[in-house]
Design a protein around this ligand. Sequence first.
Ligand code: GRF
Length: 194
Amino acid sequence: MPSIAILGSGNGSNAQALIDAVEAGTLEATIACIISDVQNARILERAKKHHIPAHYIDCAPSPHVLRDQAEAAVLQLMEHYHIDYIILAGFMRIVKTDLLNRFPKKIINIHPSLLPAFPGLDAGRQAFESNASETGCTVHYVDAGMDTGDIILQKKISIDATDTLESLMQKMHIAEHIAYPEALNLLFNLEINR
Ligand code: GRF
């Protein structure tokens, strides 16, 4: 069974969906640890509640990148927990070369748009403010670009005339919470059958 680490910076609702799937037996993986670059992030509270080791990594002084001592600290935790996959769930930092080289095609992210449309920040708002009639979420491999890695799975949602940004993002989260466990199952089964 693959051992995974989840990295996130905020609420952690996607991490919660993965925890729930593991606990329900619908995702065969061990969540070995949850890591955040934000000390009081809700994602760490969720980890503790489920008796999953929770780690805060101080990334100062870099505002947007995981680098230097912080990157080394993450790598050390990956070794300590014998991590097979790094799962980004709302992790608001760019992952750099050392981690990418150490985990080729083993770092996964979820993004709130149908990539390649609307990469980067505020993807939900970008879609909402466009003339698109649908958007969705994408689970993809992480590479050196910004949301450019190969796509594993996408789920669409409609943008209705009655939608507000808030209602759209609620639909987005519902889709994400289904898509992430589904995509990881796909991936882990592929690995087993390789
Ligand atoms: C999600 O919308 C995800 O697609 C994006 O960040 C958000 C994280 O939400 N990368 P949560 O912390 O999992 O609730």
